[in-house]
Ligand binder design. Structure first.
Ligand code: B12
Ligand code: SF4
Length: 572
C-alpha cells in the first residue's frame, strides 16, 4: 500500500520500436499508415490500463510513462535522464508487439543502469513467446509474466517483492534463479473478462497527479484524434495464418483454449464510461458476433439503454446480414464499421485463412451504409500466401469497382503491407515451409538486427514463395500510387492531397533505391547514412495515404475537457 505521491509500486514504461530512432537512419516505411501510431509504434498496450486499474483497486500505486510519445513530442526529451529521475518498486516494460524488440531491451538496459537494484518485468505476446531467451540472454530482465492476463499475477509479484516472499507459486511467471530460468505454470487464464475492467478515469487522475500528459497519451495524435477502446474478448475464434492472435497461437503460446469474453452488460458499461471522459470514437475490439448472435444482440440492447452519444466503431471478421446492420444502427447514435478481407482475390483470402466472397462483403457494406454507418472501412494487405504482385494490382483495380458501386457513400478501402514482421507464434511463423513463407529471423537477437536495418525492405522478417522482399516493397508503393490515382479520379481527395501523396511515394521509392545501393556496397560511412537520415524520418510517416483519412471525428482533446472536468468533480 502506498500514500499519494510516494514512490509508485510499479512504473509501466512503453518503448519506441527502436530506442534511438531519432539518431538512426531508418526508412521505416508504410508500416503504420493504417493505425493511429507513427512508425515508432508509440501506442502502449491496452493491458497497461487493465493492469493499472486492477492494481490500483488493490491499493497499489501505478504510473504509466509512454517513453515513445515523449520522445516524439520533444527532441529535447532525454529518456535516460527521465528514467534516472523516477523511482519505483518495480519497472514493467511491454514487449507485446514484436516491432518493439530493440526498444524494449534497450529501455530495460537504461533502467538497470540507473536502478540496478530495482527488478524489471516484461510482458505481452512477444515477451511470452520469447520468455526463455529473454531471461537467459538479457540480464536487464528479471521476470517475464506470460499469457494474455497478467493482472492477478502482477498483484502477486508486487506483494512478493515488497515482502521478500518467494515467487515460486506465482502463476504465469518466468524468472531467474542463479543462472537457471524457472518457468512457473501458465495457469492464470481467466474464462471470462468480467473481473478485468478499465477504470477510464484513472488515466485522467494520473495525468494530473504526475503532471505528465504526454507520458500518458496512448499515441502521438491522441490530442487531435482522441479514441477510446473497449475490449470484448481475449483470444480469437479465427485462424488467419500470419496472426499471433489466432486461436492456434493462443492455445500454443498463451495457454488459452477458448476465447474469454466480457459480459454484454459490462462491455456496454465500458463504452458508456469511456464517453464520460473522451469525446471521440470508441473502438470495440473483437467482432461482437464471435460469442454468438445472442451475445451481440444483448450487448447492443444494453448499449441502447445507455444512450451512448460517442461514435462506436465495430469490427466484422466476416460479412454480416442486413438485420444485424439494422440492429447496430438502432442501438447507437453514430457508428462505423471495419472489416479486413485482406485481398479482393477469394483464393488468396482463403489461403490466408478467411473464407468469404466479395459478393457477401459488398452486400454487407451496402446494408451498413443504408443503415446509416458513418463510414465503412475495408483493409487490404500485401504479403499474403499465394498473393503475387499482379494480384495486388488486381486488388487496387477492385477498389475502383467498389468506389463506383458505392459512389457518394462513405466507403473507404485502404491497403498496406504485412509489416514489419510476421508475428512470432502465428502459424506462418511456426510452419513457414508448409504455408509458403521464408522466415529470416527466429531469435530475439535476429529480430533486433533486422529492426535497425536502414530501410523497411531489410527489416521485413519474411518473404513468400510468391513475392520477395523487394516485390513486397515495390507492390506496396505501386499500390499506393494506384489507390491515390483512383481516389483523385473519383473526386475523393483533391488534387493537392493527391499530388502530395504521389510526391511522397516517389521520394520514398527513390530513397529506398539509394539505401539499396549503400547496403549493396556494404561500406556505408556515418556521413553517407547521416545525409539520408532526415529524409528517411520524413518519408516514413503516412507514406501511401494521409493519416487523417483514418480519423473518425473532427474532435480534439479540448472537446473532451468539459466531460473530464465534470467527471472529476463528481469524484469518479
Ligand atoms: C486491438 C489490437 C490492436 C489495436 C491496439 C490496441 C492496444 N492499444 O492494445 C491496434 C489496432 C491499434 C493494433 C495495432 C497493432 N497491432 Co495489434 N492487435 C489487436 C488485437 C486484435 C487484440 C488486442 C490485444 O492486443 N489483446 C491482447 C490483450 C490480451 O493484451 P493486453 O490486454 O493489451 O495486455 C495483456 C497481456 O498482453 C500482458 N501485457 C501486455 N503488456 C504488458 C506489459 C507488462 C510489463 C506485463 C507484465 C504484461 C503485459 O498483460 C496484459 C494484461 O493482462 C490483437 C489480436 C488478438 N486476437 O489478440 C492484435 C495483435 C496484438 N496486434 C498485432 C500487431 C502486429 C500490431 C501492429 C504492430 C500492426 C501494425 N504493423 O500496424 C500494431 C502496433 C501498434 C502500436 N503499438 O503502435 C499482433 C502482435 C503480434 C506480435 N507478437 O508482434 C496481434 C497478435 C495480431 C495482429 N497481427 O494484428 N492492434
Ligand atoms: S487477424 Fe484473424 S486470427 Fe488474428 S485476431 Fe484478427 S480475425 Fe483473429
Amino acid at each position: 500500500m502506498t500514500t499519494p505521491m510516494a514512490r509508485p509500486d510499479l512504473v509501466l514504461l512503453h518503448p519506441p520500436s527502436v530506442m534511438d530512432f531519432r539518431k538512426k537512419t531508418l526508412l521505416l516505411g508504410p508500416v503504420s499508415d493504417l493505425i493511429p501510431s507513427t512508425p515508432v509504434f508509440e501506442m502502449y498496450p491496452i493491458g497497461f490500463t487493465t493492469l493499472a486499474s486492477h492494481l490500483e483497486s488493490k491499493g497499489h500505486e501505478v504510473r504509466i510513462a509512454n517513453i515513445a510519445t515523449r520522445m516524439l513530442a520533444s527532441k529535447r526529451f532525454d529518456p535516460e535522464r527521465f528514467v534516472k529521475g523516477i523511482d519505483a518498486g518495480l519497472f514493467g516494460i511491454d514487449l507485446h508487439w514484436m516491432p518493439h524488440v530493440q526498444g524494449a531491451l534497450e529501455l530495460a538496459k537504461i533502467v538497470k543502469r540507473h536502478h540496478p537494484d530495482v527488478p524489471v518485468v516484461m510482458g505481452g505476446f512477444s515477451a511470452s513467446y520469447y520468455h526463455e531467451e529473454l531471461l537467459s540472454k538479457h540480464k536487464a530482465v528479471d521476470y517475464v509474466l506470460r499469457g494474455d492476463s497478467t493482472e492477478k499475477p502482477m498483484e502477486m509479484l508486487l506483494e512478493a517483492i515488497s515482502s521478500g516472499k518467494s515467487v515460486d507459486d506465482i502463476p504465469n511467471l518466468s524468472w531467474r534463479r542463479g543462472e537457471n530460468v524457472k518457468i512457473n505454470p501458465l495457469t492464470n487464464v481467466p474464462e471470462n473478462l468480467d473481473d478485468i475492467g478499465i477504470d477510464y478515469g484513472l488515466m485522467v487522475r494520473k495525468v494530473l497527479k504526475y503532471r505528465d500528459l504526454e507520458g500518458h497519451l496512448p499515441y502521438r495524435n491522441w490530442k487531435s484524434n482522441p479514441m477510446s477502446i473497449a475490449v470484448s474478448v481475449r483470444g480469437c475464434t479465427h485462424n488467419c495464418v500470419s496472426c499471433a492472435g489466432s486461436c492456434d497461437s493462443f492455445s500454443r503460446n498463451f495457454g488459452r483454449q477458448k476465447p474469454a469474453y466480457r459480459s454484454p452488460k459490462l462491455l456496454a458499461d465500458d463504452v458508456a464510461r469511456a464517453e464520460e471522459y473522451v469525446k471521440g470514437a470508441t473502438f470495440v475490439v473483437g467482432d461482437i458476433r464471435q460469442a454468438g448472435r445472442k451475445y451481440a444482440s444483448e450487448f447492443l440492447s444494453e448499449l441502447k439503454s445507455r444512450k451512448v452519444r460517442n461514435e462506436v466503431i465495430i469490427e466484422l471478421f466476416t460479412p454480416a446480414d442486413p438485420e444485424f446492420a439494422k440492429e447496430v444502427s438502432s442501438s447507437v447514435d453514430r457508428f462505423s464499421v471495419q472489416i479486413s478481407p485482406e485481398t479482393h482475390d477469394e483464393g488468396v483470402r482463403k489461403a490466408q485463412g478467411k473464407s468469404y466472397t466479395n459478393a457477401g462483403l459488398e452486400k454487407s457494406a451496402q446494408a451498413f451504409l443504408d443503415a446509416g454507418a458513418g463510414r465503412f472501412d475495408i483493409f487490404y494487405m500485401i504479403g499474403l500466401p499465394t498473393q503475387t504482385k499482379e494480384s495486388v494490382q488486381g486488388t487496387v483495380e477492385y477498389t475502383r469497382t467498389l468506389y463506383k458501386r458505392f459512389k457518394g457513400k462513405r466507403l473507404f478501402p485502404f491497403i498496406s503491407p504485412l509489416a514489419p514482421f510476421i508475428d512470432p507464434g502465428g502459424n506462418a511463423f511456426e510452419n513457414p515451409e508448409k504455408l509458403g513463407f521464408k522466415i529470416f529471423a527466429s531469435s530475439l537477437e535476429d529480430h533486433i538486427k533486422l529492426a535497425t536495418m536502414p530501410s523497411w525492405k531489410y527489416v521485413l522478417n519474411y518473404e513468400t514463395n510468391w513475392m520477395t522482399r523487394s516485390d513486397i516493397v515495390d507492390a506496396t508503393y505501386s499500390a499506393g500510387l494506384g489507390m491515390n490515382d483512383i481516389k483523385k479520379e473519383m473526386g475523393l481527395i483533391n488534387k493537392n492531397v493527391a499530388d502530395r501523396t504521389e510526391r511522397r511515394i516517389h521520394a520514398a521509392q527513390e530513397l529506398s533505391g539509394k539505401i539499396d545501393k549503400v547496403v549493396a556496397h556494404g561500406s556505408a560511412t556515418d556521413e553517407d547514412m547521416e545525409s539520408l537520415r532526415e529524409a528517411a524520418a520524413r518519408l516514413s510517416e503516412s507514406t501511401v495515404c494521409e493519416k487523417e483519412e483514418l480519423d473518425w471525428t473532427e474532435n480534439t482533446i479540448y472537446a473532451s475537457i468539459p466531460r473530464i472536468v465534470g467527471s472529476l468533480l463528481r469524484g469518479k
